[in-house]
Structures are given as C-alpha cells and as structure tokens.
Design a protein around this ligand. Structure first.
Ligand code: ADP
Length: 203
C-alpha cells in the first residue's frame, strides 16, 4: 500500500520558516525593546519608528500598553505576579511576530533587570534589541503626560516606577537614547540609524 506521505509535496510538508517570511518581506526581523520611565518617550519613539520604517518599506508592529493591556492582557493587574505575566505574554507575542518576519517594537517600562531578562530569554538574545530611553525622572515629571507623577506624589498610585518603586537602568543596552533637550525627530532618527542596518536584508 502506498503511504499518504508520497503524495505530499515535500516543500509543503512542513511549516514555512522565518527565513521564508523574511525573504518575502525583504527584511530581517528583530524585537526592538524600548525600556524607560513613564513619560521618557517610549511610545512617542515607537510610533515615530513605525512611521519612518514603514515609509522605508519595513513591516513593523508596535506593542504597547494600549493595545496589549486593553486586549489580550485585560485580565491582568499590577501585582508582581501580573506584571511578570504581562511581560511574559508580550515577549511570547513578539516572538510570534519575529517568526513571521515582522519587526516588533515593544514599548513597556519593564523596570527591572529580571523582567527584561525574562523577555530576552523568551525572544532569544540575538533577536532582543534592548533600547534604553534615558530621560531623567525630573524631566519625566515635568512632562507628566498622563498626570501619573502628580498622582504618585500624592500617594494615589502604589509602587510607581521612579517615585516609589525603583527603575534599574540597563547595564549594557544595545542602544541608549537621551531625549532631554532633543526634539522627537532627533530621538527617532538616532534609534532609526541604529536599527536600519540590523533589519536591512542584504541583496
Ligand atoms: P512613555 O511611553 O515612555 O510613557 P510617552 O511617549 O507617552 O512616554 O511620552 C513622552 C512625552 O515626551 C511626549 O509628550 C513627547 O511629546 C515628549 N517628548 C519631548 N521630547 C521628546 C523626545 N526627544 N523624544 C521622545 N519624546 C519626547
């Protein structure tokens, strides 16, 4: 009796690889992991990066609190356990995008070495590109985009990073951008110039 196997074309007998997807999209996938205080500029830079990379022909997915906590992680709160689970899921989602050849830009405070290494371990160190958005806490407080610093100072938010909970600065980030005294465009361009050579497919 003939086995079913011989009727299956060998190429279609397996899942396509990440390289196949990257070739289709003509890009190298990476996870760009932006870490920094609330108000440091992560989301602003992520959005700027997405727009500029898109313009250059790269397919990018931005993951941030807005699209993750509102959806897949809407059952999670802010306990230590839930914060870890939040980052674990984000890292797993990023890995799915990575394996689909897509550049994922992740914008999360991710304040501790432990939580960032959890993400790096899931994603894989070679694909995890840690970008430290370094803005002094005083400047973040001045910006106070969401009014969170004012609330934290009044004691209305428990364990607020930079005020009542520590931010552990990355010891050896792949890239560091200092946003104080820079325009948004300057910050985005700095990160762009660092990223593009890594995601460009060689001809
Ligand atoms: P985060 O996502 O880190 O909480 P946001 O991107 O939401 O921070 O907010 C950063 C704020 O800082 C925005 O209001 C942005 O316009 C402002 N800002 C000023 N200068 C810069 C810069 N050079 N890079 C990024 N953001 C900047």
């Amino acid at each position: 009796m003939k086995s079913h196997g011989e009727h299956i074309h060998p190429v279609f007998d397996q899942l396509l690889s990440r390289t196949d997807k990257e070739s289709l999209l003509h890009q190298k996938a990476k996870v760009i992991w932006l870490t920094g205080l609330s108000g440091s500029g992560k989301t602003t830079i992520a959005k700027g990066l997405e727009a500029k990379l898109h313009q250059k022909g790269f397919l990018v997915m931005v993951l941030d609190g807005d699209n993750v906590r509102a959806g897949i992680n809407n059952n999670l709160g802010f306990s230590d356990e839930d914060r870890t689970e939040n980052i674990r899921r984000i890292a797993e989602i990023s890995k799915l995008f990575l394996n689909c050849g897509v550049i994922a830009v992740c914008s999360f405070v991710s304040p501790t070495h432990k939580i960032r290494s959890l993400a790096a371990d899931i994603i894989g160190n070679d694909d995890f590109v840690e970008v430290y958005v370094n803005t002094p806490v005083e400047e973040c407080e001045r910006r106070d985009v969401k009014g969170l610093y004012a609330k934290a100072k009044k004691g209305e938010i428990k364990d607020f990073t930079g005020i009542t909970a520590p931010f552990e600065a990355p010891k050896n980030p792949a890239f560091e951008v200092k946003t104080e005294n820079k325009t948004i465009d300057e910050s985005v361009n700095e990160v762009m110039n660092f990223i593009v050579p890594q995601i460009k497919m060689k001809r």
